[in-house]
Design a protein around this ligand. Structure first.
Ligand SMILES: Nc1ncnc2c1ncn2[C@@H]1O[C@H](COP(=O)(O)OP(=O)(O)O)[C@@H](O)[C@H]1O
Ligand SMILES: [Mg+2]
Length: 446
């Protein structure tokens, strides 16, 4: 992409309505525009990041054996009357009446709809285990939407639902989700800590929330610092291996980590003092096992091997995809702007031409642009007639992790400059070496 042809409406002023860094930076970097309270348009740069996160979520879900599909945003109220949640859900549910006077709603979640699909098509234990998921917009009429996309009213969520023959199988599905979520966040450059949670209105027995540590988080969190040293790295994971998956879950759930809702001061005391941490966190996902809470009232049953008819054991598992954009920025920014982790950056590298219109500089930039594109990178070339300072400021604001600076003086010496947004460190290298250098940097992320 060339900046001269892109749509990147950056703001010079700091928007007064934005209280936290991610909201400010998303507005300033031209990623989103508010349409109504808690409802946003995703401008091209924001949309690009959102799509990247969606892709990572899809890849990790499919890797875990979960099956993508798509359910509508609008749902008939009847399904929710069957489960008993139509009245229970309260004013957060946006209720709509269509022209035939039918009660509809904009889905805040999809347990009822997926259970209805399941009961219509599945009747035997032989069709299990089954986990279906989708990534779809949700609407919750939050009383106080705030912090931009972090607490919106309309937001993008991955929600997945497992159907299993009994509690034991459903717990493997639960563990599988935990591990696939850990991988997902790790690829996004995030440390998200699973914390034992309260089940809340969805109801259930086993549930963990995943929290990203950030000063601006809405939850208070208490944890053993040992948990932040854990990482999956390049481990080979066989999602059908119950023991391997359970062992990974053990590793992550053994160290103490809880939100204020489930915090147990007595247990926390047992953590060695030098490892006790109190902080704040952003909830970026949650997994639930809730057994037969929906399958029983809605009649989602299967016949077992012995010919017995039993309600299926279910769980639901969510990732806040649009919230993650904000959470990643909260965890990765500085005074000058965003600092995208390599796994989610909207463009891999920025090219800054210090002297637009200079034949040699222009040619060098074009050559780099072509070579990078051929190698599978997406460069963003600032080819505007702007001062160098303004170009640097834009690059710092939008946060591409790497910048190539090209100018007549360097070219005379046979070099361009490669700068890390995170460390600010630069190295000079021959233009021919840039592609290889970036290949090394982006290994595993392209
Ligand atoms: N209002 C919201 N705006 C943005 N993301 C949200 C919102 N509500 C929930 N999410 C995201 O969706 C994920 C799954 O939702 P869920 O756990 O059902 O929500 P909640 O924790 O509010 O009950 C949450 O972990 C969070 O990341
Ligand atoms: Mg939650």
């Amino acid at each position: 992409m060339r900046l001269s042809r892109y749509f990147l409406p950056v703001l010079k002023e700091t928007p007064a309505e934005a209280q936290i860094a991610s909201h400010r930076l998303m507005l300033r970097a031209g990623m989103i525009k508010q349409a109504a309270a808690g409802i946003y348009s995703w401008l091209p740069m924001g949309f690009k990041v959102l799509r990247k996160l969606e892709n990572i979520v899809h890849e990790e879900q499919v890797r875990a054996g979960h099956i993508p599909m798509l359910m509508p945003t609008l749902q008939p109220a009847d399904l929710w009357k069957e489960s008993g949640r139509y009245d229970a859900y309260g004013p957060e549910m946006l209720r709509i009446r269509d022209r035939h006077d039918r009660d509809m709603l904009y889905g805040p979640t999809n347990e009822e709809m997926i259970t209805d699909i399941f009961r219509a098509h599945v009747g035997s234990y032989k069709d299990l285990p089954l986990t279906l998921y989708h990534i779809q917009w949700k609407f919750r009429d939050e009383i106080r939407p705030r912090f931009g996309v972090m607490r919106g009213r309309e937001f993008l969520m991955k929600d997945g639902y497992n159907f299993d023959v009994d509690h034991e199988h459903a717990m493997h599905a639960y563990n599988r989700h935990m591990v696939s979520y850990l991988r997902t966040y790790e690829r996004m450059g995030l440390k998200a800590i699973p914390m034992r949670a309260d089940s809340g209105p969805i109801g259930g027995d086993d549930t963990h929330e995943f929290l990203v540590l950030a000063e601006t988080g809405e939850s208070e969190v208490f944890y053993d610092s040992a948990i932040t040293d854990l990482s999956l790295g390049n481990r080979d994971i066989d999602y059908d291996d119950w023991d391997q998956v359970a062992l990974i879950c053990n590793e992550w759930t053994k160290p103490y980590a809880r939100t204020d809702e489930t915090h147990d001061a007595g247990l926390f005391e047992k953590v060695p003092e030098d490892r006790r941490r109190t902080s704040r966190g952003i909830e970026v996902g949650q997994i639930f096992y809730f057994g037969t809470k929906y399958s029983e009232p809605m009649g989602a049953t299967v016949n077992t091997k012995d010919g017995e008819k039993v309600p299926v054991h279910m769980g639901s598992h969510g990732i806040g995809v649009s919230r993650l954009v904000g959470a990643i920025i909260e965890a990765n920014h500085d005074e000058a702007g965003i600092i995208w982790p390599e796994g989610v950056t909207p463009y891999h590298v920025g090219i800054v031409n210090l002297k637009q219109g200079d034949g040699e500089a222009d040619r060098a930039c074009e050559d780099l642009y072509a070579a990078l594109t051929r190698a599978g990178f997406e460069p963003l070339y600032d080819d505007r007639e702007e001062r160098a300072g303004a170009k640097f400021a834009t690059m710092d604001l939008i946060g591409l992790p790497w910048r190539i600076t090209v100018g007549p003086r360097g070219l005379k010496a046979g070099v361009v400059e490669l700068t890390s947004r995170r460390t600010g460190e630069s190295e000079e290298l021959a233009p021919d070496l840039v592609v290889d250098r970036l290949r090394g940097i982006y290994a595993g992320h392209l």
